[in-house]
Write a protein that binds this ligand. Structure first.
Ligand SMILES: Cc1cc2nc3c(=O)[nH]c(=O)nc-3n(C[C@H](O)[C@H](O)[C@H](O)COP(=O)(O)O)c2cc1C
Length: 217
């Protein structure tokens, strides 16, 4: 029987062809290049291109990470939403330094963003929350995200109760729902090459100005 080691070894990675990336012809600002790359990902039908890893630091200084959905991008930053009472919400309250990582395997592209989060205002949170589906809103109203679930039935009962509440109160907003903006200090664009001659471009914010540097692969 094939060992797991062999199965892993036989798994292919970075199989092209990949789109071109000319490091000398790029926009001045990283969010503009991100939007260009996002369009390329959409064009190639990359699965869930808006799924990203959010890395945080816990109270003891240890890293933590999970996948979240990107909600928006503009010249001010990258946006996501969650409960500020979740594990990540508490970590962000204590330490607002984060990293976001995107990987679009079909086009061999990785984007790494390092920065700090800011909480958005109540109106933004409300608008985002009310755009979510009924079940997603009901799950939020249960609260308790990341705390221990002893019995599956506890969740089923809580969900039934909150579904009823959401249906009766369609404009009600879960108060802990929070939209966060990641204000970037560094954004790196990584383009895979089938022959492993990968190309990397780092944008760094220095005294309010974005600087670009090519990196060794
Ligand atoms: C594809 C995908 C998208 C997700 N999107 C979100 C999201 O937008 N917001 C969220 O709070 N959790 C989202 N989750 C769940 C998180 O990964 C995580 O399990 C949850 O937020 C609890 O994280 P925490 O314990 O670090 O607070 C998503 C998970 C996956 C796999």
């Amino acid at each position: 029987m094939d060992s797991i080691r062999n199965k892993i070894k036989q798994s292919k990675s970075l199989v092209g062809p990949f789109p071109a990336f000319d490091l000398d012809v790029v926009p001045e600002y990283p969010h503009d290049l991100f939007l260009e790359w996002f369009d390329v990902a959409l064009h190639h039908d990359v699965h869930e291109p808006h799924a990203m890893t959010l890395s945080t630091i816990d109270y003891s200084g240890s890293p933590d990470a999970r996948i979240l959905i990107l909600k928006d991008v503009d010249e001010d930053g990258w946006y996501f939403a969650s409960s500020c009472e979740s594990k990540k919400g508490k970590q962000l309250e204590a330490n607002n330094h984060v990293a976001l990582t995107f990987y679009w395997s079909l086009i061999g592209r990785q984007v790494r963003i390092r920065g700090k989060v800011e909480k958005m205002d109540i109106e933004t949170n409300k608008k985002d929350f009310l755009h979510r589906g009924v079940v997603a809103r009901a799950v939020s109203f249960i609260g308790k995200q990341s705390s221990v679930l002893h019995e599956q039935n506890d969740f089923n009962h809580a969900l039934a109760k909150q579904l009823h509440y959401v249906q009766e109160n369609s404009t009600s907003v879960y108060p802990a729902w929070t939209v966060y903006r990641v204000v970037a200090g560094e954004v790196e664009f990584w383009q895979a090459d089938e022959e492993r001659k990968h190309r990397r471009l780092l944008y760094r914010l220095v005294e309010g100005q974005w600087h670009r540097e090519k990196l060794w692969p």
